[in-house]
Write a protein that binds this ligand. Structure first.
Ligand SMILES: *[C@@H]1O[C@H](CO)[C@@H](O)[C@H](O)[C@H]1NC(C)=O
Ligand SMILES: *[C@@H]1O[C@H](CO)[C@@H](O)[C@H](O)[C@H]1NC(C)=O
Ligand SMILES: *[C@@H]1O[C@H](CO)[C@@H](O)[C@H](O)[C@H]1NC(C)=O
Ligand SMILES: *[C@@H]1O[C@H](CO)[C@@H](O)[C@H](O)[C@H]1NC(C)=O
Ligand SMILES: *[C@@H]1O[C@H](CO)[C@@H](O)[C@H](O)[C@H]1NC(C)=O
Ligand SMILES: *[C@@H]1O[C@H](CO)[C@@H](O)[C@H](O)[C@H]1NC(C)=O
Length: 577
């Protein structure tokens, strides 16, 4: 135990030292960017929100609001996206949470950092230690940086936590999901009853377990309280001082499973019909904590849309707080889902109408995220504009850093990242000139989505023997007439399938036989790109005693953090402890 303590203390000092060093080196950037009008940034990265689950998407398809099902109630998002913002029609992400989140924080495409879903007790889960996080640049440039919500970018060392990645403060959980009501661990071998079975909590406050917060409220309300405190505190200390803007990152748990929502929100959706039996079979982990509050017949779509409506209220409150504190006029809001809605009924109640497939697939329903930008920082002539061309979530890394006035990003990253690591170079591109209307086209023209698929401008190649989840979710899904077989069938793309996803976003027409040369060229290019694919395999040194027979993360949670998940390895690359 003293050994462990000593290491943690050393780690703590190192982090403090790094933060101090980066702060003191910041003067040149700050003075360089004095003339720039640097925005406050509110980044909202939603979990598992389906393409068709918000009003503005439905209105966009039909031209009016009359075809929006009553269950979709997102007035704040609709206003921010349609009237005050720009809808990003082709904003690509990874098909699952971790890849998207790591890609954004690291400035790499998922295929250049992490595509797999690992549990956080695996040290290679998330971003390798020596990659530089997006917020580190913003912090150096004078931003006050705060993280609230789901992290899922790694946990092994303190370098892996938001604090180690450039956030001044954080209130977050580490895993793919936890329990909305008591923040208990839900997706780790440490708490899985069939594995190690510990009753653990997953909620962390900057550099320690969030001891006094777990179990005090519905998770999003705990997050909201913290965000209000951050916004008010920022405003009273810095006002709207351009030299010290605010970067607030909110990664809500909504609309990821478990489908848990306060009863007053659920009651608002009483008018909805219950959905199918397959969905009801999963009431085991879809529940409000009060047994009496269980709807007589369970409906996951009802829970889901109540959650999305709650998210809409939360975004409304956040914007209200920015306005009340005089920050909104100079704030840029970025809103995006981390992947498409899951079509597996056990997991969700989302619909990706009118796209094909969903989460876990490379169909547009899995990787084309519902997304928009908004906020007072947008020039009036950009409000209501549709952004038609391709963007990738990793591009925000370079874009936000450019807006912060940093001009030598590539150089900084090269210098900071140890050259012996052989990390792929930054992929992030500054897309602001395109979004601001200064350039006609997106600088993002190519995205290798995975080992099997490649996007090049309007075209997508999918090249695999069996491409699953090939169905289309209906306008109301899941519904009484939808079955597993509607979604879960496969297409044989062993010769390569080709879609024009700009004209045919639903991927109905395979163009491969009409355009054999394009298929050939894209296959060739994908093969070439595969040579450079990279998957984080960074592993540090456990802080645990040698003679334990459980993963170090579980041991540390039980023996060191009082029942909370937290870092469990040294954060230096030093081989000798
Ligand atoms: C959280 O709630 C769940 C479901 O009621 C329960 O099984 C679990 O033990 C609770 N965990 C903690 C840490 O309180
Ligand atoms: C917070 O978690 C700790 C550790 O599991 C537990 O002892 C405590 O009761 C929890 N607090 C609440 C209010 O649930
Ligand atoms: C409020 O802001 C000040 C100045 O940035 C900071 O030192 C302090 O820790 C903040 N307090 C909270 C509760 O965030
Ligand atoms: C119900 O789901 C099926 C299968 O996804 C779909 O074809 C149908 O259009 C949906 N019905 C409604 C009313 O949306
Ligand atoms: C897919 O089609 C190819 C021939 O075009 C065939 O060799 C292969 O067995 C098929 N795969 C499956 C899973 O049906
Ligand atoms: C990690 O991956 C890199 C690049 O693929 C490889 O060179 C290296 O040997 C791997 N390291 C380990 C420990 O597997």
């Amino acid at each position: 135990m003293p050994k462990v303590l000593r290491f943690l203390w050393a780690v703590h000092l190192l982090v403090i030292g790094l933060i101090a060093a980066s702060r003191s080196g910041s003067t040149s950037i700050e003075s360089e960017s004095k003339e720039n009008n640097r925005p406050n940034i509110l980044f909202i990265l939603v979990d598992d929100l389906g393409w068709g689950d918000v009003g503005f998407q439905r209105q966009k398809f039909t031209g009016d609001r009359s075809n929006i099902p009553n269950e979709i109630q997102t007035p704040n998002l609709d206003r921010l996206a349609l009237q005050e913002g720009m809808i990003l029609e082709r904003h690509y992400v990874h098909s699952t949470c971790t890849g998207t989140r790591v890609s954004l924080q690291s400035g790499r495409l998922p295929v250049h950092v992490q595509t797999s879903l690992k549990y956080p007790e695996d040290p290679a889960s998330g971003m390798p230690r020596n990659m530089v996080g997006m917020a580190e640049h913003l912090q150096e440039a004078g931003y006050h940086t705060h993280y609230v919500g789901k992290w899922d970018v790694g946990m092994a060392t303190s370098k892996h936590t938001p604090r180690g990645r450039g956030y001044d403060s954080s209130l977050h959980y580490f895993e793919h999901k936890n329990d909305f009501w008591n923040q208990s661990c839900m997706q780790s071998t440490c708490c899985d009853p069939d594995e190690h079975g510990f009753d653990l909590v997953d909620l962390w406050d900057t550099d320690r377990p969030a001891f006094n917060l777990n179990g005090t409220n519905y998770e999003e309300f705990i997050f909201m309280d913290r965000m209000k405190e951050i916004i008010q505190n920022h405003s009273s200390h810095h006002g709207s001082d351009d030299n010290e803007p605010l970067f607030l990152f909110y990664a809500p748990h909504i609309a990821h499973c478990p489908l848990q929502v306060p009863k007053d929100y659920l009651d608002k959706f009483d008018f909805m019909e219950d959905d199918d039996a397959e969905c009801q079979a999963q009431t085991g982990y879809i529940y409000p904590p009060d047994e009496d509050a269980l709807p007589p017949k369970f409906s996951c779509r009802k829970q889901y849309h109540a959650m999305v409506n709650l998210l809409d209220d939360l975004v409304g409150s956040l914007v209200h707080e920015f306005k009340a504190q005089g920050l909104w006029d100079n704030t840029l809001l970025v809103f995006t889902s981390d992947n498409g809605g899951p079509t597996i009924m056990e997991e969700s109640g989302s619909t990706n109408f009118d796209l094909r497939g969903g989460k876990y697939s490379d169909w547009e329903g899995g990787v084309r995220a519902v997304a928009f930008v908004s906020g007072g920082y947008l020039k009036p002539h950009r409000q209501g504009v549709r952004i038609a061309e391709m963007l990738h979530i990793t591009d925000w890394y370079a874009t936000l850093v450019a807006l912060a006035g940093v001009t030598d990003l590539q150089e900084r990253v090269r210098q900071t990242e140890d050259a012996t690591q052989n990390f792929p170079p930054l992929d992030a591109l500054n897309i602001w000139p395109y979004l601001a209307g200064e350039e006609d086209h997106s600088s993002r023209t190519e995205i290798p989505l995975s080992y099997h698929s490649l996007l090049q401008e309007n075209y997508k190649l999918i090249w695999a023997d069996e491409v699953g989840q090939a169905g289309w979710t209906g306008p109301i899904y899941p519904n009484a007439s939808s079955t597993r077989s509607d979604m879960f069938w496969s297409v044989n793309c062993s010769e390569g399938c080709l879609f024009d996803v700009a004209k045919d976003r639903g991927e109905h027409v395979n163009l491969a036989s009409q355009e054999p040369l394009r298929v050939q060229a894209m296959k060739h290019r994908l093969q070439e790109l595969r040579e450079g694919f990279f998957e984080n395999n960074d592993t540090g040194i456990d802080l645990c005693p040698d003679d334990i027979d459980i993963p170090c993360a579980c041991w540390m949670a039980v023996n060191y953090y009082g029942g909370f998940l937290g870092p469990y390895q040294q954060d230096t690359n030093d081989e000798s402890p």
